[in-house]
Ligand binder design. Structure first.
Ligand code: SAM
Length: 494
């Protein structure tokens, strides 16, 4: 083997060269030769005895392009034709792999790119592009958030960081960490002491206590107080960000908001803080008093009356309200009191629905034209395990009162994945419910909607599709026909 310099015009490219080079890379190779010609001396072009290139076809082409007249070569004279072929392939095979982390740590990636490290370039660039894309999306999202509070899509994701941050800020402002619910829920011991309720579930079979109330009474009062305080952090209160979004999107500034099932103080406090006026009807005296105290402390325009929501027309004049916001009881999911008028205390779904019907019908009469109503609702299961049609029944109530169903939103609840994994309901193929429906109705002529009355008058985009699951047969026997382990095994196979 000998090194020498040969006139470029005397060198013959290999006509059967199996490698190709793309324009972009070729340009980089030319530039690399111009910038660092010494490299050619250290890695000369390999020729056979007939001056045909065995190794370095691309480099030869690039040298021609770079205007070189002579190039360093090394001659492999003693190779058989088979060995020459083997050399051509092996010269181009790359056995190693790039350590991308090492490259990124020790080299300037833009230089690597200039030097033609195409694989590294592509992968790193891809990663960078993805990050850029993500940053762009986040930026877009944050612009949307600035404008609309949260992205104005049909999915309201309360798990998202921006939502949680905002929620924290709201709870600081309105100072309600759930106490306004726990302190007043006299008849719902399981809600007040959920941890003890779970404990009780474990020991119930031992038969030591006749019921949960008796079990609770076996604890000293200080301990119960502590338990209740600790749990109030986790109690499900109305989400203040949902209140804010509903108000900013669908309630005119300074508008009067009404709710026939007022519940805790969250909505009234958010509404008042946003310059709206709130009038709420709540059946439980102690809840009404606590809410009023909080509203007065915050010096906001929110007032509560203690009455049956079906009587809302006695407190609010017809056609005077700008917004209805309500999160009524989800039938008997949580029982609020033993009052026979309490919608959560009805023995049949039909009786529960009658109260909702009367209260909403009366509320709609109080609403002005060109105004919205938002109802937060979740479907609940009946005793046989099948769902009631609460959301649909509510749609019927609003529609028969002349309002149209205008936006169909879904509020994704914040649920720990551990809770999801542990969910025993899949034994009977009941998919764990982690969302609530936020139904938006409009009163008035949609063709002549006065958008200027609303802060964020831009339409929402539908981002979810309903997937409804029906079952033919007695829902109680689902687990007799379907085995959860089969489902688990099948998903493992995938
Ligand atoms: C789901 S809560 C309201 C939601 C509330 N924003 C919350 O999360 O606490 C339902 C409220 O409706 C009240 N309620 C039940 N039946 C009622 C009725 N007939 N009239 C007025 N309020 C009623 C309950 O006392 C309870 O506070």
């Amino acid at each position: 083997m000998n090194f020498q310099k040969v006139k470029i015009s005397e060198i013959k490219p290999n006509p059967n060269n199996p490698r190709i080079i793309k324009d972009e890379k070729f340009k980089k190779l030319v530039k690399s030769i111009q910038d660092f010609p010494e490299m050619l001396e250290l890695r000369p072009i390999v020729l056979n005895s007939e001056n045909i290139v065995l190794g370095g076809n691309m480099r030869l082409k690039a040298c021609q392009e770079a205007g070189l007249k002579e190039v360093p070569i090394i001659r492999a004279e003693n190779l058989t034709p088979e060995q020459q072929q083997e050399f051509i392939i092996k010269d181009n095979v790359s056995f190693g792999e790039w350590d991308y982390d090492g490259l990124a740590n020790q080299f300037d990636t833009s230089l690597l790119n200039d030097w033609g490290l195409d694989i590294a370039y592509t992968e790193m660039d891809e990663e960078r592009r993805e990050l850029d894309q993500q940053a762009k999306l986040e930026k877009k999202e944050s612009i949307l958030n600035e404008y609309f509070v949260v992205p104005p899509f049909s999915i309201l994701d309360s798990r998202a960081g921006y939502w949680q941050d905002r929620k924290k800020r709201w709870l600081e402002i309105i100072g309600d960490m759930g106490e306004s619910r726990t302190d007043t829920l006299i008849s719902s011991l399981p809600m007040k002491y959920p941890r003890l309720y779970r404990e009780y579930g474990r020991i119930r079979k031992e038969g030591k206590f006749a019921n949960f109330a008796e079990y609770i009474s076996s604890f000293p009062s200080e301990e119960l107080e502590k338990e209740c305080k600790a749990m109030s952090q986790g109690v499900s209160i109305l989400d203040p960000v949902l209140c804010e979004v509903s108000l900013r999107w669908f309630c005119p500034k300074e508008g009067v908001c009404i709710d026939p099932f007022a519940g805790d103080s969250v909505f009234g406090c958010v509404a008042g803080s946003l310059g709206r006026r709130f009038r709420g009807v709540e059946l439980r005296e102690e809840q009404k008093n606590l809410n009023q105290m909080r509203a007065d402390e915050l010096k906001i325009d929110a007032s509560y009356v203690c009455d049956d929501g079906q009587n809302i027309g006695k407190h609010i004049a017809e056609n005077s309200a700008d917004f209805i916001f309500s999160c009524p009881p989800y039938f008997d999911l949580e029982k609020y009191s033993d009052d026979p008028l309490d919608a959560s205390n009805q023995s049949s779904y039909e009786d529960f629905l009658k109260i909702l019907d009367n209260a909403f019908t009366a509320s709609i009469k109080c609403l002005k034209e060109n105004r919205f109503a938002v109802v937060v609702m979740s479907n609940v299961r009946g005793k046989n395990g099948a769902y009631h049609r609460i959301s649909d029944d509510i749609k019927d109530i609003f529609e028969k009162n002349g309002m149209c169903f205008y936006n169909d939103l879904v509020l994704i609840n914040q649920v720990g994945t551990a809770a999801l994994r542990a969910s025993p309901t899949m034994r009977t193929l009941k998919v764990g419910r982690t969302h609530q429906n936020v139904l938006v109705f409009y009163k008035g002529d949609t063709d002549n909607m006065l958008f200027d009355d609303f802060e964020n008058s831009r339409e929402n985009v539908n981002m979810h599709t309903d997937v409804m699951v029906f079952y033919k047969g007695n829902p109680k026997t689902v687990s007799d026909h379907f085995n959860i382990n089969d489902i688990k095994n099948e998903s493992k196979d995938v």
